[in-house]
Design a protein around this ligand. Sequence first.
Ligand SMILES: *Cc1c(COP(=O)(O)O)cnc(C)c1O
Length: 473
Amino acid sequence: MKTIFEKSNNADGINFVNETKKIDFLPDELLRNSHLNLPQLSELDVMRHYKELSDMNFCIEKGFYPLGSCTMKYNPKVNEFLSSLDGFDIHPDANDDFAQGSLKLMYNLGNALKEVTGMDALTLQPSAGAHGELTGMMIVKKYFDTIGETRTKVIIPDSAHGTNPASAKMAGFDIIEIKSNDKGQIDIDALKSVLNSDVAAIMMTNPNTLGIFEEKVKEISDVMHANGSLLYYDGANFNAIMGYTNPKLMGFDVVHLNLHKTFSTPHGGGGPGAGVVAVVSKLKDYLPKPVIDFDGKKYFRNYNIKHSIGSVKDYCGNFGVLVRAYAYILMMGKNLKNATENAVLNANYLKEKLKKYYNLPYDEPCMHEFVITGEKQKEENGVSTLHIAKALMDGNTHPPTVYFPLIVHEAMMIEPTESENKQVLDEFVSNMIDIANECKINPQKVLDSPYTTPVKKIDEVSAARHPDLNFKG
Ligand SMILES: *Cc1c(COP(=O)(O)O)cnc(C)c1O
């Protein structure tokens, strides 16, 4: 009998290090004849290395994340647990009969999202907001092709997110950009002046990317519809209106929602996300297939969509994201309205506190986010918005979105979300005030920041011009 010390150090008694198994299905000349010279590290060393790297990363769990337009709200951890429950890992090729639970979840989620948008039908397939935009604009294109109208142009305001013109262009449209007026809203005369029978649609974000509600939205929708055109709603800012109004009431025909923004599923670093697209009934026959349906007894994937633009993503989209969003909706229930309310309240609170220190280009009540600028600091102290953003990082805060929207110089776009309490907001205000004061007293200190953040300033121009894609450098 071997003692414990003589036994092999793994359960099967195989010594992995010394065992060289003959691999007989590969030709000899392709086999190595010496060992790979891999670095030898202990598990603990490796673990510490990755922990250290992850500690350098900023995330909502570490601090305030007011990244405008991105709605970095807290993603409840219980959603992670729910999305990994047994049964939700069903193979996507499984027969509908075996997937009733998952199909039911998608069907119910769809119904909830129809309720909050006011729309009549939807697809859960697209995997991001931009993907939803492309899907929506392909639907618009196919609709006009099918009814035999040649409409080649899409109107987009100059405050729009860059993905809007990109998506419309990819769907085959030409873009007409229109200017915003001095209230930061769509100039309705500018809109009317470009309207003709060539115009397929307008793409709008409401509230827009300045965080301002487009007061003329109803008039805009009347004018567009009278012209035979459609209205696309970029729902990335849905967190500002949920439960108070909806895109249907505003007159929109196609909507995308970012579940990874408004409905609290993790995002950043490129996904996965979900850019659900909802439409009014006259566009429902153009949705991507399959659509999740229910015949009174059974949930099923419906491929019988008359004018479908086809599939835009494999299977039913990013299912794990859908589970998280559904969990969030069920947990919140009627409190979804409170989320909206607090998101708007928090943004207005910060705006009022900061406007004495930074320029506020549009001094209006804002919705869930607002834009201030570092113009004063740049002109008077030579400190640009980029430096202010970098300085904020030392205060355990993710910087706001900077230099967007493009129509505002030195823009800082701040979106606190509903997740944060007053203490966090006040700390942010005090950091921002300290930086504004520092700009006057000792601008060099701000220019040299950050001091304690792992990465100081990267050479973004070189990084873009000479991307180094080799990990060995
Ligand atoms: C985030 C955002 C998008 C794009 O959404 P993704 O999911 O990042 O592709 C589009 N429009 C606006 C206004 C946004 O904020």
